[in-house]
Design a protein around this ligand. Sequence first.
Ligand code: C2E
Ligand code: MG
Ligand code: MG
Ligand code: MG
Length: 283
Amino acid sequence: QLAKKTRQASIVFEPRLEQRSANRLELIAQLRKAINENEFCLHFQPKLNLRTNSINQAEALLRWNHPTHGLIGPGGFIELAEQTGMIKEISRIVLTQIYSIIGLCANQNIRLSANLSAMDLEDNGLIEFIKHLHARQPDASRHIVLEITESAAMRDPEQALDILNQLASMNFQIAVDDFGSGYSSLAYLKRFPVTELKIDRALVQGADMDTDGQIILESTIEMGHIMGLLVTTEGVETQAEFDLVKKLGADYVQGFWLSKPMPFEEFKLKHLVGNHDQLVGQL
Ligand code: C2E
Ligand code: MG
Ligand code: MG
Ligand code: MG
């Protein structure tokens, strides 16, 4: 009976696996083409500063403008890009775009964050590329936050520490992303030149309706502050979640409650052109 089931299962699954690997190869080829023909764009999700009730920051989130499937989020291709090493080229594209936007916003009080992958911290390729951008636009780094995940930093902490120290000495701010969602080492966090802690939405969502969740969120925010970090809470979707993170003392809020990611032009029109009073009125 069991053997029969197993055999049946393999008959059912084999064609799917075949198809999956064919799709994978096709996707790799399409991703290569996307890099060559620059089919990527960035959307920007605003961050509200709870100290000043204003918005002058946003996180750059990568989108692939696929010729037939339309706009694809990073969930659909970042992992493959990491597995194939193509993420290194994609990170260069992202940083080049950020630099050019910052260049166009000269003298504006604006700060943009970009996400880096684990692989970006594993060799000196990216840091060399950034040094090259930095040499041409030395003022831009003050306007840029680089977001790394704990796991990205933990794979080779010594190497990551070296690269992060170099970035910090060029005046980039470093944020730890998705904090609380995976493995973490507080000891390393303390050694890294980090200035911001972004608490993962898993710790935020529903915390208003759950006593334990609230205690965990509160102590995470407190721990960030004790370590001298600015604390951002991610994934705030409801008014109740917003009220809670505000009460618990978060410095920044990000999430659909405030805004979804949008093209830079839209972000600029909505938030950078002296439109703050309207927002403050809403709170
Ligand atoms: P992340 O850096 O933690 O970015 C936040 C993600 O949560 C974004 O998804 C954002 O759209 C989504 N989000 C924001 N607010 C809410 C909310 O209130 N509710 C919910 N359910 N989701 C919310 P997105 O754009 O799909 O990006 C997913 C992840 O992909 C990012 O997580 C980041 O780790 C990675 N990523 C994005 N852009 C890049 C990039 O340029 N390079 C690299 N290496 N990774 C990137
Ligand atoms: Mg991020
Ligand atoms: Mg995050
Ligand atoms: Mg993430």
